[in-house]
Write a protein that binds this ligand. Sequence first.
Ligand code: F6P
Length: 319
Amino acid sequence: MNLAIMCSGGDAPGMNAAVKKFVDYTEERGETPYLIFDGLEGLIDGRIKRASHADVAGILHRGGSVIRSSRSQRFYEYDYRKQAYENLRKEGIEGLVVLGGDGSFRAMERFCGEFDVRFVGIPTTIDNDIYGTDYCLGVDTALNTIRDALDKIYDTASTFNRAFVVEVMGRECGYLAAISAISSGAEICVIPEVDFNRAVAEERLKEEIAAGRRYILAIVAEGTGRTEEIARWIENSLGFETRVTVLGHIQRGGAPTTFDRMMGFEFAVTAVDRLLSGEKANRVTVWKNGAIGLLDIESVVSHKNRLNPHHLAMLNRLD
Ligand code: F6P
């Protein structure tokens, strides 16, 4: 059977590990792997290549994706989706593995409903915002990048009696901000999922300042749009000289952690096994309660992901 892999949407560390395992494992199973370059844009334009081990040798430790990625406007149009399908047919590709987020999965659900394509998605985004899985590929590396930055910011903040407001990525999801705040001991965390109570935080911090607190670390999720407001509030109400750091795209890059490499392998093997099994495809690989599984694409894209209440409870203690 001819199987292909592609990346779609924002890149995340661990993509290369998954791509490499896909190629090696597909060959091991006696089937033929293909690479689709530049995501859905490349699928539309037929940038598809039969792959062998040589194409994926030496890529494991690299961030980003050697087969690149894209966000495609053209794929919203039926004619381009048809063209994409013709390209798959030309190569005799029957199964498709897509590393991406829920936007990409929604696109694939539509595509597979219209054409005869079997698909398995691998949840891949540093935002960790996909329903049905506790873990998306790339999250551990992004969390460690943020932790490293926060440790450094802590050094200068505590030496200089300052407050720092650090903005982290995640779109509408506060996962990266929440876990970073908990694990770095931040004093403040502002995320879209929780109504941040400034008055409560102010009272607590004033008491701590009176007792000798000399620095403040605040983590703000980009999705709240409140970074500057929080910085002004700290400066004006708590009297700390305040600096803002927007971590930005460094959170998306870097060598994948061991965990992300292992998850890339596990997800890729699960995806290939499913496509070759003859069982119903159009599934997403998930990591749930410490085990790998598969979930119906329809269920993944039709539910909204929620933050783990256990993490929210840990966060509430910052209020
Ligand atoms: O979805 C991943 C992500 O990095 C988000 O955290 C962020 O909001 C967005 O992509 C940034 O997108 P772009 O790379 O297009 O600026």
